[in-house]
Design a protein around this ligand. Structure first.
Ligand code: 5RP
Length: 237
């Protein structure tokens, strides 16, 4: 059993230590990112000049409270680096994300960032993705039909996240659901199938996005580099 809180902090701090002067930095969402933000803020106070964009209102609140310089994504022309967390990471660095509900903005930022670093505690490493809840963002219009279609696709239970007895809204004003998936041997294929359902806005399957995963067991950190660089992939995703 590892000290997950300490592991998240060590991994996130190692990720934020890679940020250099002048960068446009995208901030993910969740307890791991938040555990590393005080260290980043300390570096900014010491003179590091960066400009941050955020994947969620939650991260905006914490980053702002720490005095990190934040701008709207549509006011900048590039994003140099993304630091985010993940829920599961497979050996090929395919991931499940979105437990914190920010999957759509997180994937958008991952699709444009020059270098994508994911910080995790070691217990999030899995031999194969799945056997967990897969987050999906849904258009509210006709959502019951969308949920039924997802249920037919994955052949298992789908739950819509709720708050005060009503569907919870994402920062984008949409609904969030979680589907109980079995082993996901072909995440790219499941991603395509789910995204083809009208009303599905985004899924928590992140395939081909991680350039570097920093893993900590609470004592030390290790790096898992994506062997296929973004350049070799023709820049996408
Ligand atoms: C939010 C995410 C998070 O990165 C993911 O859920 C990990 O969260 P945490 O760092 O709290 O364990 O995808 O949408």
């Amino acid at each position: 059993m590892i000290d997950a809180e300490r592991a998240k902090r060590l991994a996130a701090e190692a990720a934020f230590d890679r940020v250099t002067d002048g960068m446009y930095l995208a901030l993910g969402t969740g307890s791991t990112v938040e555990a590393g933000l005080p260290r980043l803020a300390a570096r900014v106070r010491e003179g590091l000049r960066i400009t941050c964009v955020s994947s969620s209102e939650r991260t905006v609140r914490m980053a702002a409270s720490l005095g990190l310089p934040l701008v709207d994504l549509d006011t900048i022309e590039r994003v140099d680096m993304l630091v985010d967390g993940a829920d599961q990471v497979a050996p090929d660095l395919a991931m499940i994300k979105g437990r914190g509900g920010a999957l759509t903005r997180e994937k958008k930022l991952a699709s444009i960032a020059g270098h994508r670093i994911y910080a995790i505690d070691s217990e999030k490493q899995v031999p194969v993705l799945g056997n967990t809840w897969l987050p999906v963002e849904l258009l509210p219009y006709g959502w019951r039909f969308t949920v039924a279609a997802i249920r037919r696709t994955i052949g298992a239970e789908v739950r819509v996240r709720e708050q005060d007895g009503a569907p919870l809204r994402s920062d984008n004003g949409n609904y969030l659901a979680d589907g109980r998936v079995g082993t996901v041997a072909e995440p790219a294929r499941l991603e395509r199938t789910l995204r083809a359902i009208p009303g599905v806005i985004e899924t928590g399957l992140f395939v081909g996005f991680a350039d570097l995963v920093i893993v900590s067991d609470g004592t030390s950190t290790a790096e898992r580099q994506n062997p296929v660089s973004r350049l070799e992939r023709g820049g996408a995703p």
